[in-house]
Structure formats: C-alpha cells, structure tokens
Ligand binder design. Structure first.
Ligand code: PEP
Ligand code: MG
Length: 582
C-alpha cells in the first residue's frame, strides 16, 4: 500500500493507466549568429502560445471550478516573469543556443534556488514553475498539449504530475481516480478533481515506478492510500467502502435545505470561506448561510499592482448582492507571510510570519487601508456586509483601525456617499495575545471569529507550512482547546457573537466539542465541509456536548485527546466517521 495526501474524497477501483508527464527530451543545439533573432522570436511566440493556452484552459476551468481558474492566472503571471523570459533570451543571445535548451537551463537554475528554500508555499511555486516551463517547451517542440485524448476506457490515472492543460482535459467519463507523485493539499489537481468528484491522492514519491499500466488499483481518497493488485479480500472490503461512501454522500445532500439545529433546538449558522467571488454561485449547493470569511488578498495576489477603490468596490458590491439576504464578512487585507503579491516582492523579511502582515501591514499603509475600507463601506449599502480585521495582536490595533474607519465614514458622509452606518466590525482571534486579551478586544468589536489556522501555528510555535514540523501542528493540543475555551468564555461574558473561521471549524471531529463551549454562533468553512458538519450538529444535543467538552478539556495530552475524540465521535456518530479500512 502506498500513502500520499488525499485531495478528493471517495474510493475508486480500476485499471492503472500510466501517464508519465515528467520526461521531455530536450537537445542542445548551437544557433548560427544570423539566426539568433529568429530563435528569440520563436521563443517569444511559444511564450505567447502558452499564455493563450492558459487563458483558454482558464475559460473552460471556470465552468467547473472557479478556484482553479484563479490558479491559472498565477501561471500566466509566471510567463511574464522577468527572470524566466529575460534570462532565457540573454542565454540564447550569449551562448548561441536553441530556446528549448536555454529555457531548460533557466528552469534548472531557478529550481536549484527553490531547493534551498524551506517553505511549503514557495515549494508549491516550484511545481508551478516547472509546469509552466514544460508548457513552453512543448510548444517549442511542437508537442500536442492534449495528452489524455488517447484514453478510451475507464482507468485510474497514475502520473508524475498533470499540467493545467492536462488537468482540464481529463475525460471525466474515463478517469475513475487519480494518483500523482507531486502536489500537496492545496494543489491545483486536487481542487479540480474534487470539483469533478474524482477520488485522488497526490504526493506519492516514485509512484510511476511502482505501478504498471494494467495493474488493478484502488484509490482511497479518504485516507490517502493507493493499493496495487489487491487480494480478493481487500478488494471486497473496498467495494463495500465504496458503496457506503456513495450512500453517505447522497444522504448528506438531503440536508442541504435544512438549517443546522441540535436535537434540543440550538441553532448554528454554517457559512462559507471564499477566496473569490466566482465561488458564490456554488455556495447554495452546499447549504451555506452566508460568507463568514472572504479572503480579499487574492484580489491583490492575482494583480500586477494594487487594485483601485472602484475595482474593490465593484467586487465587494457584487459579492454582497449575490449572497443577499445572507451576510458576508469581508476580511481586510491579510497579505504578508504565505500570501505575498508579486508587486510587493521587495518587502522581504527574515521572519514574515512575525512580520508586517495582516492589520500591521494595513496600519503601516493607511492610504491602502482607507481605500479598502471605503470600498467595503460603499458595498455595505447593497447587502449585509461586515468588516473583519486579521492578525490582531494588540487591542490598540483595533482601536486604531476603528478610528481610521470612523474617519473614512466621516469623509463619506460629507460627500454624501451612501453606506450602512451600523456596519458590524469583527476581529480575527489568531494570535496568543489576542486570546489572552480577548476580553479587551471584545469591547471594541461586534463579533469575533477564531482563525485556528494561525492560532495553532502561533500558540504551538509551529510553522503551519513547514513539512518538517507538520507532525507538531496539532489542532487537538490541550493548549489549543484551552485557548478556545478562554475566548468563548470571554465572548459569553461580553455577550458578543463568536465564530470559527479556521480549518478546525470545518472538521466534523471538532463539532461536538465546539458546540459544548455553549455560545457558538456560527462556523465558517470550506463549503464542501458544510453538509458533514451540519449532519453532526443535527444529531447532537447541547447537554451531551457540554459534558463532552468538559471531559476533553480535562485530558492531559494531545494523544489522549485524539484517541478520546476518535473513539467517542465514532461511537456517537458511527455512520459519519469512516474508519481507515486497513
Ligand atoms: C486562520 O488563520 O485560521 C484563517 C482563517 O485565516 P488564513 O488561513 O487566511 O490565515
Ligand atoms: Mg489567519
């Protein structure tokens, strides 16, 4: 059995089809001086062709998965990259070599740099760069970009990686499942296959050398396993699992229209985290009751410069109108650390996670911040819009941000620009100091939302993107549970709404514990998780939840908590937690 990262749930069983997309044969050729300019033009044409293909792919992609089309924008930006294009051209000129060889050398030099970087986000960029350059080389070599056309029967695709063009041309009727050698939890392949409902596992080293075309394969996209030539017993076992999973998914969809209410009538709003307004039209398919977190930084990341106030306003207004009558919580800019726009590359910091990110960046660039606040306020006239400040580590930051907001409001009143005067303000609680001083922060805001992704990183001092310490990134560490309890208690005393917008909020394993903290108002999560979490809530009662949380908070170690959670949740909700089958 091979193990990787599960990126699209479900079980598939079928015959392997190896698609080795890693090897491209590039030969070095010397170019005559008189042909150098022609070679450069050939190179530029290949770049333009690749960009065009990316745009066409993007068009097709947006019909299936909008998150995926945003990623394709990033790829197009890589093709505008000075180093990639200029270095290659200067190589062609200086070394008098063919474009394929020159860009391969530029790529190899850049990949070496990536090898010395210990950052998961940037390592992901390494894969992106490789994919984009391979696209250019294929155009230079005159290779067809569509490698999947020859698949004519249902198979399980086994490959090193899939380029965006390959991914978009996956023939849905023939691809039962997918496993790749490279890729991570948030890789483009996973986003796309989960939108198509193709069970997938990524990141299995040397996968293509361990499987042959024609082998019988099981893809377990729930637990991240790939099983080759299973025994009869294993095969039977997975066939049952496959049926159970399909049945379970159908049952989840029955709940879509219904609110999340416990058996003793306690109602929790289930909202969605989004990164792009394109996602809004799909939210009702998951039963989202609003947007609890709009990560606005993606508007900046996919752009070459700061977006204008009117660009932001149009975007926020459209979002508010589309989600109405439900609310939308717009988080102000949280760039820095893992999300650094190309036009801010010069801001390199030794310790970006502890640097100028979130509200710190906004308060240090007040003009930029005011533009965003003005755009949100203008949009608030068109729906139930709320503002939320990220990375608060000191109540003073909330006070400062609020005072800037008041200033912006005053200017708008003078200019008679309409906005909602009673717009609610929230703070993300995601630093240890914000937890400790949540009582003070609560005095300055209308609601809080706990950003557990960062909170876990900062409380446990574990980089959330560093695979070397990934085993220490434990959501169910006692310190995290105690921190949550502290914040919930303070919110209850302050009579303010408390929500969770980090991944923990969308983990059904955590649902009963969170309910048991008593005053949970809403959870905001990846929309795909809503039906599962809702199903847990609808089967729970608050008395049991409170007792459960108390018991969990009394446990000493992460291992004890994990064991207790797994055992107890499986006992209470046997159909909702699938046991690892092997
Ligand atoms: C969080 O930190 O939990 C959060 C929701 O924000 P992000 O993942 O964007 O940092
Ligand atoms: Mg965060």
């Amino acid at each position: 059995m091979l193990t990787g990262i599960p990126v699209s749930k479900g079980i598939s069983i079928g015959e392997a089809h190896i698609l080795d997309r890693s090897k491209l044969c590039v030969l070095k050729q010397t170019i005559d001086s008189s042909n150098i300019n022609k070679e450069i033009i050939r190179f530029r044409i290949a770049i333009e062709q690749t960009k065009k293909q990316m745009q066409e792919t993007k068009k097709k992609a947006s019909e299936v998965a909008d998150k995926y089309s945003i990623i394709l924008d990033t790829y197009t930006l890589l093709l505008d990259d000075d180093i990639l294009v200029k270095d290659t051209i200067s190589k062609i000129r200086k070394e008098k070599i063919n474009a394929e060889w020159a860009i391969t050398e530029t790529l190899n030099k850049s990949l070496l740099l990536f090898d010395n970087i210990n950052d998961d986000y940037l390592k992901g960029k390494k894969d992106d760069l490789e994919l984009v350059v391979h696209g250019v080389i294929k155009n230079l070599l005159g290779h067809s970009q569509n490698a999947l056309a020859d698949i004519q029967k249902p198979v399980i695709l086994i490959t090193h990686t899939l380029s965006p063009t390959d991914t978009i041309s996956i023939p849905r009727q023939y691809v039962l499942g997918l496993a790749t050698e490279v890729g991570g939890k948030t890789s483009h392949v996973g986003i796309f296959t989960s939108a198509l409902g193709i069970p997938s596992v990524v990141g299995i080293k040397s996968l293509t050398t361990k499987i042959n075309t024609g082998d019988q394969i099981i893809i377990d996209g729930i637990n991240g396993h790939v099983i080759t030539n299973p025994t009869k017993k294993t095969l039977e076992h997975y066939k049952v699992k496959q049926l159970e999973h399909k049945k379970y998914e159908r049952r989840l969809l029955i709940n879509i229209e219904r609110p999340a209410i416990t058996t003793d009538d306690f109602r929790i709003k289930l909202m969605a985290n989004i990164e792009s307004t394109h996602e809004i039209k799909t939210l009702k398919n998951f039963g989202a009751e609003g947007i609890g977190l709009y990560r606005t930084e993606f508007l900046y990341l996919s752009s070459q410069s700061f977006p204008s106030e009117s660009d932001l306003y149009e975007n926020f207004k459209k979002a508010a109108q589309e989600i109405a009558p439900h609310p939308i919580v717009i988080r102000t800019l949280d760039i820095g650390m893992d999300k650094q726009p190309a036009f801010l590359k010069s801001n390199e910091e030794d310790n970006p996670a502890l640097g100028l990110r979130g509200i710190r960046m906004s308060l240090a660039n007040q003009e930029l911040f005011s533009i965003q606040l003005r755009a949100i306020l203008r949009a608030s006239f068109y729906g139930d819009v709320k503002i939320m400040y990220p990375m608060i580590s000191d109540v003073q930051e909330v006070i400062q941000a609020n005072s800037l907001l008041e200033k912006v409001k005053d200017e708008m009143r003078q200019k008679q620009i309409p906005f909602s005067d009673d717009i609610e303000i929230g703070a993300v609680i995601e630093t240890p100091s914000a937890v400790i001083c949540s009582d003070q922060i609560l005095k300055e805001v209308d609601f809080i939302s706990i950003g557990t992704n960062d909170l876990i990183q900062y409380i446990l001092a574990v980089d959330r993107m560093n695979e070397q310490v990934a085993h220490l990134y434990q959501p169910y560490n006692p310190a995290i549970l105690k921190a949550l309890k502290h914040v919930f208690d303070n919110a209850r005393i302050a009579r303010k709404k408390v929500s969770i917008c980090g991944e923990l909020g969308g983990d059904p394993l955590a649902t009963l514990f969170l309910l048991g903290l008593s005053n949970l108002d809403s959870l905001s999560m990846d929309p795909h998780s809503i039906p599962h979490v809702k199903k847990i809530i609808c089967q729970s009662d608050m008395k049991d939840a409170r007792e459960f949380s108390k018991q969990l908070l009394n446990l000493n170690t992460t291992t004890e908590i994990n064991c207790f959670l797994n055992d107890e949740m499986r006992k209470r909700y046997p159909l909702d937690f699938q046991q690892d089958p092997i």
